[in-house]
Every structure is written in structure tokens, then in C-alpha cells.
Design a protein around this ligand. Structure first.
Ligand SMILES: Nc1ncnc2c1ncn2[C@@H]1O[C@H](COP(=O)(O)OP(=O)(O)OP(=O)(O)O)[C@@H](O)[C@H]1O
Ligand SMILES: [Mg+2]
Length: 450
């Protein structure tokens, strides 16, 4: 009897596989996302798993193994180097995701130009724009260099041939969703294609010690479009964030096999491309006029501290379920702080709408701004402004206790350099001069400050 052909279906959103067709993906919840994989696509999956499990190698004592010597090279862009962990590692594969129009192509074309200027042969592959369009951008960015090669191409095989032709030291793929491999019949951007191409590029990067950068589109929820395994496969994952209406853009590390992910790169979008944003703190707050509902705080991102303005609007609500909304701050945390204010300070906030906004389009990812959020809510509620020469820094616990946060010294030094005179914190660090520190350990003592 002939052997029955095995069928396999795959979700085109997340890569979940099933032997039956499913209307709704049990992993990502996507509807009508399963497609049947043909024989060639199933073969490619087997091929990928064989490649990753190399059975020829024998285990060796770790003491006998020699370290890989990681010699990084600079991209000649301080912000980019900072996020990459001190420079670019040859043979590494970096995935850069970001929303449409945020500036992914601009950033990488500039980096490509910088590398070419320093004598490295760089290949920029674009499946989205024509060579003429990229040239126009390169002229604007001052990236017209002899060693920078452009290839408007979407076929993986053609890109591989080009990589064999010249000894490139860095290759940029813009973007992975537009590339396709002749081996597979599915459309460019499908999970199977994205996975196969990333795998092939990674093999090439490791084999020829090429620094490879891949641009990826992101989905509605902000993660890189394609299978989750993509983020596991690559060495570094960076996200490029920022509001299109504002010029500030941030490059954040999500995963880095060669360095820390705590650093962020801050850029400014100008007519000449993305420039490293220096003295950035002054951009996020104006020291002009005191207004109720506004409070300054200092957030720390890696080795850098930033002064931010937290704005609150507390207005009387006729709705039985008052509105709570936060931009740049976690709404669940806001609800927790509001419950705490009601319990500890007897503020009748359950009949008020509360809105929070962090200036400059920044998303706060740490809890050191809790104290400033509380202060701005009280300030708006009581209609009493807070001095523009004060910063409030501290994490608030569920019991109402105000806790110390990390890098307090760095934060205070940044505040001093921006002309701040007063800091309200839980414990004053030793050796800080030039700023008056007021210690507060309980939320219930906050009202004394107003
Ligand atoms: N002449 C200019 N002056 C200032 N800013 C510009 C200029 N031209 C383009 N920009 C900025 O560059 C952005 C587009 O950058 P870029 O094409 O690199 O984005 P992208 O992330 O690659 O987008 P996509 O996802 O469409 O490929 C625009 O949104 C705009 O902010
Ligand atoms: Mg682009």
C-alpha cells in the first residue's frame, strides 16, 4: 500500500503548526491564518531542524575550549554603538524592527555609509525601494561612498550570488518581509519564507563573518512580524520607536547575545537624517511656567538619565465608571496608585476622571516615576502647581511606602546639570552636592509637600 502523504498546516501569524486545518490559531488567536504547507516547504522545515542539531560534534570539557575572539568594529555612530553593546560584532545577525516610516531605512543607510567611509565593503539590499530612490536618500544623508553597494533585489538566491561575488563585511537587508526564496512556493512575508531566509542569511553571516542587519516590519501589537522563532534565531533584536509627529526616535535593545540590553540610543530626525541627540533632557520639559498637574522626574535608561515631565489631569466625572487613561505609563500601575491615594490620603478619586501623559512620547518602563505620577495627580486635584525646580523620584509599594530606586546618583547629577534645585526622594545618596534633597518615606506624608 502506498504511504499516505502527511499534511501539515501552519499559522501565517505566529508559525504554530497543526496536522489539521484550524479556523482560529490556538497560539496567537488569529482567524483564518492556517495554510497547508506543500511537500517542498515541509522538506525545508526538516532541513532547518537538521542544520541546527549537529550530530557530528563531540562534547568537550569547557576548560579545553578556546574563546571566540570578539573584535568589534565601530559604526561611527555613538548611539548605535551604545545599543549594540560597544560596536558591531563580525558574523553577527541583527534584527531591527519598527513601525512604518519611523526611520529604519534612514538609520541603516547612514550606518552603511559610515562603515563604507571607514573602508569596509557594505552591501545594501532593498526589496522596497528602487536604487534611484535610495540614492536620493543617500545624498540627503551624505552616505555616497565608493564602498557602499546597492542591490534592489528580492530573491534570496540572487543576494547569495552577490555575496559570493564580492567580499562584503556588512550586509543590510531591507526588509525581510519582501524577500523570497525560489525553493519555496509561499508568498514573500509568509512565515515559511521569513524563517527560511533568516536561517540562510544567518548561516552565511556565521560562515563568512559578515555583520548582517535585517529590517523587519512589526505587527499591530508591536512585535516583529513573522514567527516568534525569528527572535530566538538571531543574535540581536533592536526596536526603533518614536512618534512620527515628533522628531525624537529611540533605539532599544530587546535581546543581545554580545552585550547588555539596558542601553537606549536616542536620535533626532532631521532633514539630514538621524542625528545623535545630545543634551536631550532639555527637550522633554520646559522650565518656563509652573502649572498644576505637572511634575518633573528623572528616569534612567542604562547609563543615561533623562528628565521627563509627568502631566496629570483630574476632572470631575458624571460617569459611574470614571475614565482612567495613561499615555507612556502603565494603566494597571496607574489604577494601583489611584487606589492607594484613595486609601491612604482619603482623596475621593472614584468620582474623577484621571488622565496621565508622559511628555516627549516616551514610554516609561520602570517604576521610579510612581512618586511623580502621584504628585501630579494631587497637584491637579488640588489645583496647586509644583515648582519647576523640583524633581520627584521614587517607587511606591502597595503599602504606601516610598522605596529607593537604582542609579539615584546618576539621576541627581542629570537633574543638577539641568538646573534643578530640589529633589524629593526616599533616601539621599552620599556625596551629592548642588541639590537640596528632601526625604519622604510614606505616601501619607505627600500632602505636607503641597
Ligand atoms: N527631507 C526630510 N526631512 C526630514 N525628515 C524626513 C525627510 N524625508 C524623510 N524624512 C523622515 O524619514 C521618515 C521615513 O524614513 P524611512 O523611510 O527610513 O522609514 P522606514 O522605517 O524605513 O519606513 P518603511 O517602513 O516605510 O520602510 C519619514 O517618516 C520622515 O519622518
Ligand atoms: Mg524603509
Amino acid at each position: 500500500m502506498a504511504k499516505k502523504k502527511q499534511t501539515l498546516f501552519e499559522c501565517q501569524h505566529c508559525g504554530e503548526q497543526s496536522v489539521k486545518w484550524l479556523g482560529k490559531c490556538p497560539s496567537c488567536g488569529g482567524w483564518d491564518s492556517f495554510i497547508e504547507l506543500n511537500q517542498a516547504e515541509q522538506e525545508s522545515l526538516k532541513y532547518l531542524s537538521k542544520q541546527t542539531s549537529s550530530d557530528k560534534q563531540k562534547a568537550m570539557p569547557i576548560t579545553k575550549i578556546e574563546e571566540d575572539d570578539v573584535v568589534r568594529f565601530s559604526s561611527n555612530n555613538t548611539e548605535f554603538d551604545l545599543v549594540m553593546g560597544g560596536g558591531i560584532v563580525p558574523g553577527s545577525l541583527t534584527l531591527i524592527g519598527g513601525s512604518p516610516g519611523v526611520g529604519k531605512s534612514t538609520l541603516l543607510l547612514k550606518i552603511a555609509g559610515n562603515l563604507a567611509k571607514s573602508g569596509k565593503k557594505v552591501l545594501y539590499v532593498s526589496g522596497e525601494e528602487s536604487a534611484g530612490q535610495i540614492k536620493l536618500r543617500a545624498t540627503r544623508l551624505d552616505a555616497n561612498e565608493e564602498n557602499l553597494y546597492l542591490l534592489p533585489e528580492i530573491s534570496l538566491e540572487a543576494i547569495q550570488n552577490e555575496m559570493l561575488r564580492e567580499n562584503y563585511e556588512a550586509v543590510i537587508i531591507d526588509s525581510i518581509q519582501t524577500m523570497y526564496s525560489d525553493k519555496l512556493t509561499s508568498a514573500p512575508g509568509s512565515v515559511t519564507q521569513v524563517r527560511e531566509i533568516t536561517f540562510e542569511l544567518m548561516r552565511k553571516a556565521k560562515e563568512s563573518r559578515i555583520a548582517m542587519f535585517i529590517i523587519g516590519h512589526i505587527t499591530k501589537d508591536g512585535s516583529i512580524a513573522g514567527p516568534r522563532v525569528l527572535e530566538h534565531m538571531v543574535d540581536t533584536v533592536l526596536y526603533f520607536e518614536g512618534e512620527q509627529s515628533k522628531e525624537i526616535r529611540m533605539l532599544r535593545g530587546f535581546k543581545n547575545r554580545f552585550g547588555s540590553t539596558s542601553e537606549i540610543g536616542i536620535f533626532e530626525m532631521t532633514a539630514n537624517g538621524l542625528e545623535s541627540a545630545k543634551n536631550i533632557s532639555n527637550r522633554f520639559f520646559s522650565s518656563s511656567k509652573e502649572q498644576s498637574g505637572s511634575c518633573l522626574t528623572v528616569t534612567a535608561e542604562g547609563s543615561r538619565a533623562l528628565i521627563l515631565e509627568v502631566q496629570a489631569l483630574v476632572s470631575h466625572s458624571t460617569n459611574p465608571n470614571p475614565k482612567r487613561s495613561a499615555t507612556g505609563f502603565d494603566t494597571n500601575r496607574l489604577n494601583m496608585l489611584l487606589a492607594l491615594l484613595e486609601k491612604k490620603l482619603d482623596l475621593p478619586l472614584n468620582s474623577y476622571d484621571v488622565f496621565i501623559n508622559i511628555s516627549g512620547g516616551i514610554k516609561i518602563k520602570e517604576s521610579s516615576c510612581d512618586l511623580a505620577v502621584i504628585a501630579s495627580i494631587i497637584s491637579s486635584f488640588r489645583n496647586r502647581p509644583i515648582s519647576r525646580e523640583s524633581v520627584l523620584i521614587g517607587e511606591v509599594s502597595l503599602t504606601g511606602e516610598i522605596k529607593d530606586v537604582f542609579s539615584m546618583e546618576t539621576r541627581l547629577r542629570e537633574a543638577i546639570s539641568c538646573g534643578i534645585k530640589k529633589a524629593i526622594i526616599s533616601t539621599k545618596p552620599k556625596g551629592i552636592v548642588g541639590i537640596k534633597c528632601f526625604e519622604v518615606d510614606e505616601v501619607s506624608k505627600m500632602l505636607e509637600l503641597f
